[in-house]
Design a protein around this ligand. Structure first.
Ligand code: PMP
Length: 283
C-alpha cells in the first residue's frame, strides 16, 4: 500500500510532510474521494473536473494533468486489482517559510493520493434503512468547494453519531440542503427531488449519476429546494455519496419516515446503480 506524495510512490511510514504545510496549519487544501470497482475508477473524469473546480475556487493551479492523475490511479489500484477501493487525493497550498494567512508568492503544492479498501455495504443495513437527524448548517458559504477545512462537517457528523444516526441533514434558512458527507434526495408522489447545485452544497458525483440513471429510466426529476417540512413528509428519503452509493433513510429525528421501510423508487434506482457498477467491473 504505497502512497503517492509529490511525484514519488512511498511506503506510508515514508509519506511525510512539513508541519509548515498549509493543509495542516489552515486546512488550506482540497480533496477528492473516487470509488474504484475491480481497479476501475467510477466517473474519474467527473471527479477530476470537480477537483479542478475546487482548485480554482481556492486560487491554486492544477498541479497534475488528467493523464498524470490516471497513471497514479492505475499504480495505486494495481496492488489490489480485484478489490473495491476508494482513491483519496488531496492537494494543499504546501509549506511556506512562515505561518502567514496570505498566499506564499511561490506556492509549492503538496500532492498526495492513496487507495484504501472499500468494504461492500452491509445488506442488512441497506435493507433496514438508516437513521438521520437534522442539524443547523453551521458550515461556510462555499460548500461547492471540496475543501479539507472540514471542522464543521466533523462536528456535525459526530453529533449525528452521538444521536445514534448515520448522517446529519443540514438545514439553512428552513431548507434541507445535503448531509454532512452526502447529498439528499426525497420522493413525493412519484417525483424524485434533490436541491439544485449552488454554493451551499457539494455537487456530488453520485448525485449526478443518480439523476442520470433516473432520467434514463423516465423517472420524473425535479432539482428544487427542499423545505425541512417537505423532508419530514416525504414518501422516501435517500442520501448518496461515493462510498455509500444510494442509501435509503427510514428514520428522521427519531421518527419513522414514510413507510418506515426502504421505498419502491429507491429499490429501482439502487438496482440501476448496481447494474452500472457491474458494467464498470466488467468493462
Ligand atoms: N456533500 C458533501 C458535503 C460531501 O462531503 C460528499 C462526499 N464527499 C457528498 C456531498 C457526496 O459527493 P460524492 O457523491 O461525489 O461522493
Amino acid at each position: 500500500n504505497e502512497i503517492y506524495l509529490n511525484g514519488a510512490f512511498v511506503a506510508p511510514e515514508q509519506a511525510m510532510i512539513s508541519v509548515m504545510d498549509r493543509g495542516f496549519l489552515f486546512g488550506d487544501g482540497v480533496y477528492e474521494v473516487i470509488p474504484a470497482y475491480a481497479g476501475r475508477p467510477l466517473r474519474a473524469a467527473e471527479h477530476l473536473q470537480r477537483l479542478e473546480n475546487s482548485l480554482r475556487g481556492i486560487g491554486l493551479q492544477a498541479p497534475l494533468s488528467l493523464p498524470e492523475w490516471s497513471n497514479i490511479f492505475v499504480r495505486l489500484l494495481a496492488a489490489e486489482p480485484k478489490m473495491d477501493q476508494a482513491l483519496y487525493l488531496q492537494v494543499t497550498r504546501g509549506a511556506a517559510p512562515t505561518r502567514d494567512h496570505r498566499f506564499p508568492a511561490q506556492p509549492a503544492p503538496t500532492v498526495m493520493a492513496m487507495a484504501k479498501p472499500m468494504k461492500a455495504r452491509d445488506r442488512a443495513v441497506v435493507e433496514a434503512g438508516v437513521a438521520v437527524v437534522t442539524r443547523d448548517d453551521i458550515r461556510w458559504l462555499r460548500c461547492d468547494i471540496k475543501s479539507t477545512s472540514l471542522l464543521a462537517a466533523v462536528l456535525l457528523r459526530q453529533s449525528a453519531q452521538e444521536a445514534g444516526a448515520e448522517e446529519a441533514i443540514l438545514v439553512r434558512d428552513g431548507l434541507a440542503l445535503e448531509g454532512s458527507t452526502s447529498n439528499l434526495f426525497i420522493v413525493r408522489d412519484g417525483q424524485l427531488m434533490t436541491p439544485p447545485k449552488g454554493p451551499l452544497l457539494l455537487a456530488g458525483i453520485t448525485r449526478d449519476l443518480v439523476l442520470e440513471l433516473a432520467r434514463a429510466a423516465k423517472i420524473p426529476i425535479q432539482e428544487r429546494d427542499i423545505a425541512v417540512e417537505a423532508l419530514r413528509q416525504a414518501d422516501e428519503v435517500w442520501i448518496s455519496s461515493s462510498t455509500r452509493e444510494v442509501m435509503p433513510v427510514t428514520q428522521l429525528d427519531d421518527k419513522p419516515l414514510g413507510s418506515g421501510r426502504p421505498g419502491p423508487l429507491w429499490r429501482r434506482v439502487d438496482a440501476l446503480y448496481q447494474d452500472f457498477k457491474a458494467d464498470l467491473r466488467r468493462a
